[in-house]
Design a protein around this ligand. Structure first.
Ligand code: PMP
Length: 374
């Protein structure tokens, strides 16, 4: 037996912890506002339709599911055409197990050894993992003080490093900042021979007047817009994400996907939930209003708060954010210690959960001297 290190892992993966926020039980943390979930489950009518659809799928689980996701891609295209897009057809749509898998597949197809992917920090913390897992180089530029993009900096970095893929969330996680059309267009033009992936996981939560990058699909063939059913559709447990792009991009991704990667159960679940889009999106409106109230309230406490187009709010800044996070958890409220140093992120929950958050934070701000000086 060789004396090599066990297990025989790729060198760069040694000692790396799997990604993930702490998952605590409801007993440990009754108010869970840490992973940007939709606090409203599917309605009883939607859950009953999902159960019926899954029941029908169960009868033929001896067969592999539709590998090309034909019905699902058609339904997703129809939904996107009512959610900021127009003229989107099913051959412009692709789906996988969460938008995480969609973006991993994009890097499998368009990244790889000798190629680089680029984002601008603070940004979604899974992106460097997709790069690492596909042996794609990883570069990060920076964002401005208000978390917007400096287009001169972005263009310069693109010109210097020639990324194959640019990954940008809009609205951004963890800051909530959406990108204007001008920024998306400038990047698509700058990244001539690469893809610009605008990750709209939180797209449905954008404020009135904030555009979706879907509107730009007809103008840029290297633009990819990803979405998910995890947030607006309250379906994080089902794992269904998707993208809209030029059909040639979808075809390229089909080369790297595993056969039958989206189970018959998932396809049936997603299709049933899409039939309930109207009622699910009505809840999104409630969450957007609660988000705006949360921003206002945090500002009234004298805190710095990033403008948010998402279902979460980044606020700060604290000399010891870990102490604030821990003191909130002691009061049963779990939020997320993420983002630039000193800041914390709270997901928008139900009015009653947000009341608990406000009560707990008021106590914490009153007892711990944590706020940074000017
Ligand atoms: N993009 C962003 C910006 C996210 O915050 C998340 C989830 N937290 C995802 C993508 C992935 O979501 P999912 O895989 O559930 O679609």
């Amino acid at each position: 037996m060789s004396q090599g290190r066990w297990p025989p892992l790729r060198e760069e993966l040694r000692g790396v912890e799997p990604y993930g926020a702490p998952q605590l039980s409801r007993e440990q943390a009754p108010v869970q506002l840490n992973v940007n979930e939709n606090p409203y489950g599917p309605s009883p009518a939607c859950a009953a339709d999902i159960a019926r659809a899954v029941g029908e799928a169960a009868a033929s689980l001896n067969r592999y599911p539709d590998r090309e996701l034909v019905a699902l891609r058609e339904a997703l295209a129809a939904y996107l055409n009512r959610s900021g897009g127009s003229g989107i057809t099913s051959d412009m749509v692709w789906a996988a197990n969460g938008s995480n898998e969609v973006m991993l597949q994009l890097l499998q197809a368009f990244g790889g050894p000798g190629r680089v992917a680029l984002s601008f920090a603070p940004t979604y913390s899974m992106y460097p993992e997709y790069a690492r897992d596909t042996v794609t180089g990883w570069i990060v530029g920076h964002r401005e003080q208000d978390f917007s993009l400096d287009l001169d900096h972005a263009r310069a970095l693109v010109a210097e490093r020639r990324p194959s893929v640019v990954l940008l969330p809009s609205p951004n996680n963890p800051t909530g900042t959406a990108l204007p059309h001008e920024a998306v267009g400038a990047l698509c033009e700058a990244v001539e021979d690469g893809l610009v992936v605008i990750d709209e996981a939180y797209g449905e939560f954008r404020r009135a007047g904030t555009p979706s990058a879907l509107e730009l699909l007809p103008s840029y063939r290297n633009l990819v817009v990803t979405r998910t059913m995890s947030k607006a559709f309250a379906l994080a447990g089902a794992r269904l994400g998707y993208l809209a792009a030029d059909p040639a991009i979808c075809d390229a991704v089909r080369v790297v996907r595993l056969p039958y990667h989206v189970s018959a159960v998932t396809q049936a679940t997603a299709l049933a939930a899409l039939d309930h889009a109207d009622e699910l999106l009505a809840r999104v409106d409630d969450l957007r209003a609660e988000r705006d109230r949360t921003v206002e309230w945090l500002r009234a406490q004298g805190l710095s708060v990033a403008d948010s187009d998402a279902n979460f709010v980044l606020f700060g800044s604290f000399a010891d954010r870990h102490a604030v996070w821990g003191a909130l958890l002691d009061r049963g409220v779990l939020i997320r210690e993420t983002g630039p140093s000193g800041w914390l992120r709270v997901s928008v929950g139900t009015p009653s959960e947000m009341r608990s958050f406000r009560t707990a934070l008021t106590e914490v701000l009153g007892t711990v001297s944590t706020k940074e000086g000017p």
